[in-house]
Design a protein around this ligand. Structure first.
Ligand code: IMP
Length: 191
């Protein structure tokens, strides 16, 4: 079985990937603590490529990364690529967004994920992108998930990501749908 390194230290993402890649015949390993990748790209795609490429080259194995975040219409697309750095922890990031949207009627937002898979030599072999549209609600709802999940109400279900069970979130989330697009190739790559 080939190794596949997940280029991330984000525990919430890791849990989602373990489930999403259940049918892919690979050993999913976490990015070694010693590897630090500077996310200094100016697009999600650029950061996703950088993460997968550096982790694959440094480990000599396949690597998969995603760069994701939430883009809020009334904030001109912010926090965007700065989603994980918008404040020092999830609770403060949520507070900041709610404060910045105080009194704002346009609550439209979307999550986006750019996924990249690199060969053990660091070459990009697969890429995918997906968005999930919704609204930022006034008060957080739900207990599960991570990050901005409690304040993002998905458009069709009217549930926040934090109110969804894992299966429903995988079905409609940016990450779940981006990964689904490249699953046939992943199944072949790790057959
Ligand atoms: P990255 O690790 O640089 O891609 O950072 C992504 C950041 O975007 C996370 O730390 C979260 O704050 C946010 N984010 C991305 N995907 C999700 C999600 O599915 N739910 C909630 N927050 C997310």
């Amino acid at each position: 079985m080939k190794n596949l390194y997940l280029a991330s230290k984000n525990q919430g993402k890791i849990e989602e990937y373990k489930k999403l890649l259940l049918n892919v015949n690979c050993q999913l390993l976490l990015q070694p603590e010693s590897i630090e990748v500077k996310e200094d790209g100016i697009t999600f795609r650029e950061n996703a490529i950088k993460k997968a490429s550096e982790v694959s080259k440094k480990t000599g194995n396949y690597a998969i990364s995603d760069d994701s975040g939430i883009c809020i219409d009334a904030l001109g697309g912010n926090p965007g690529i700065y989603s994980s750095r918008y404040a020092e922890n999830d609770q403060k990031r949520i507070e900041r967004v709610l404060n910045e949207l105080d009194g704002e009627e346009n609550r439209g937002a979307y999550f986006i994920a750019n996924i990249c898979v690199c060969s053990p030599l660091g070459d990009v072999i697969l890429e995918s992108e997906a968005k999930c549209f919704g609204n930022i609600i006034l008060n957080p709802r739900g207990e599960s998930g991570f990050g901005y999940d409690p304040i993002f109400e998905e458009l069709s279900s009217k549930l926040t990501f934090a109110e969804m069970d894992n299966d429903l979130k995988d079905l409609c989330s940016h990450r779940g749908r981006a990964l689904k697009k490249i699953t046939p190739e992943l199944l072949k790559l790790f057959a």
